[in-house]
Design a protein around this ligand. Structure first.
Ligand code: SF4
Length: 478
């Protein structure tokens, strides 16, 4: 297969217009794979329709089925099967794929992206409003979706899945229909996981590399040869993988774009510092390391239970019982009395307070150390250094979220009597490796700015403490 791809690439090169074949076999294979994607857009579209059909079936149908019996299994009950597919496989491994192959999922398989682009091709084609380009959406959308998912128990029940995933898909179609022409405006500006995927894609060891000189040197493409980058990436000036959906449509364009290898830390160390991105810093510290960690912890947290009991006693002593007895609709707070699973207004308020406290405490502690590191390292451009150093925490932040989601996988498998051996050791080692990777990235970033070795050590020490906060927050329940 690899040889076939490479030969196709060489043939295409002989016909003109593509990147010259590299002498290195791995590079040739990668470049050929990029070209293959570019030439097989129809095949990709066919695969996308299969994904859309499977996704729609698993999102919609379980919401209308009776709850599974206690004796039901993943392989005998559609609701449990869909739950396992979405939260046990899809979410954790899509997240992992971002760090391994960039946003390939977004460009090739994501059902929301495919539907949004299709709607945009046949839609109103309006220009994108200014409010939609607000840079805070990735953080706000991620925080709201993560918190709301906890209030309605999205990991446990199919109706919240239909509401959250189905609602998000409808919004993606509506935005696609209204704005842009054949573009993925939703994915670019409003998708709740756009920010997280973009951060993790910075770690990917592959990307579409643009040779800017070759681009400028290349003759103007013939009339009608238009590059359609659906997520609106300015391809000519693209330097990283955060916004690129890896769809392959630009592969070989102007003889300047090619799928290529890179060092996994390259974008974070050498590119991420060129432009401070405060919203990405808030997303890393308060979103991934704070809020998401709190969302994985709260159900087993002794602090949460103790605080709830204290609040309940306080209310009872004052004769206020409705906050501990009232029920809300399932789309406001979890409400499944037949399964003894009801979230009262007090539960909801305490959960909100816990998530907020976790986000502020963990994120605040992390940023305190990042601030100290940026103060130590340089008097100039302290703000830019601060946001650049925060980028080094992407491995530890992303790994915490992956392992939090993967805990759902192991819990579901455990309920089926399947226990993964050495899983506790493996996840601790993985998290420790991610922590170490963050520290190494911070060390390399500090090397760019520190005026001497002592300063570099001191700043890296503060960054190591920031990474350790992330590790400790994740490890607390274990
Ligand atoms: S830059 Fe755009 S067209 Fe090129 S691979 Fe990325 S998403 Fe596709």
């Amino acid at each position: 297969m690899a040889d076939l791809l490479v030969r196709a690439h060489e043939r295409a090169y002989d016909e003109g217009g593509l990147i010259p074949p590299s002498p290195d076999r791995a590079d040739r294979w990668l470049a050929a794979a990029g070209d293959w994607l570019m030439r097989r857009q129809r095949t990709i579209q066919a695969i996308q329709w299969v994904v859309v059909a499977v996704y729609a079936f698993l999102v919609i149908v379980p919401a209308f089925l009776p709850p599974p019996q206690h004796t039901a299994h993943i392989w005998t009950n559609l609701t449990l099967f869909a739950q396992f597919v979405f939260w046990g496989i899809w979410w954790p491994f899509v997240l992992l794929s971002m760090a391994l192959v960039g946003r390939l999922w977004c460009g090739l398989l994501c059902p929301e992206g495919s539907l949004s682009e299709l709607a945009s091709r046949h839609g109103r084609g309006r220009s994108i409003p200014h409010w939609m380009k607000w840079k805070g959406w990735p953080f706000v959308a991620f925080a709201c979706t993560t918190a709301y998912g906890q209030f309605v128990s999205v990991y446990q029940y199919p109706k919240p899945v239909l509401l959250i995933l189905g609602g998000s898909t409808l919004a993606a179609i509506a935005i696609g229909y209204s704005f842009g022409r054949g573009k993925r405006v939703w994915c670019r500006y409003l998708c709740p996981v756009n920010g997280v995927f973009g951060l993790l894609a910075k770690l990917a060891p592959v990307h579409y590399r643009v040779d800017h000189e070759a681009w400028d040197r290349a003759p103007k493409p013939p009339a009608g040869t238009r590059l359609n980058c659906a997520p609106l990436v300015p391809v000519r000036t693209m330097r990283g993988a955060a916004s690129c959906h890896m769809c392959g449509r630009c592969s070989g364009f102007r003889g300047a774009v090619t799928l290529a290898r890179r060092s996994p830390g390259q974008e974070i160390v050498h590119i991420a510092g060129s432009e401070p991105k405060p919203w990405e810093t808030w997303l890393i510290a308060f979103g991934l390391m704070g809020l998401a960690t709190g969302a994985f912890h709260w159900a087993s947290s002794p602090w949460f239970v103790a605080a709830k009991q204290a609040a309940a006693e306080w209310l009872i002593n004052r004769g206020m019982t409705w906050p501990i007895s009232a029920q809300a609709p399932w789309w406001v707070l979890t409400s499944y009395p037949e399964q003894n699973d009801v979230m009262t207004p007090l539960d909801g308020a305490m959960l909100f307070a816990y998530l907020l406290a976790a986000a502020l405490a963990i994120g605040g502690a992390v940023l305190l150390f990042v601030g100290a590191a940026s103060r130590v390292i340089s008097d100039e451009n302290r703000r830019a250094r601060f946001h650049h150093l925060a980028q080094s925490l992407i491995p530890v932040a992303g790994c915490g979220v992956f392992l939090g989601l993967f805990a759902l996988t192991t819990t579901m498998l455990h309920a089926e009597g399947i226990t993964l051996p050495f899983i506790a050791t493996a996840r601790t080692l993985l998290m420790a490796a991610a922590c170490l990777w963050s520290i190494v990235l911070a060390w390399r970033i500090c090397g760019l700015y520190a005026r001497n070795r002592g300063v570099r050590f001191a700043a890296s020490g503060f960054m190591a403490l920031a990474a350790i906060v992330g590790f400790a927050a994740w490890a607390a329940p274990f």
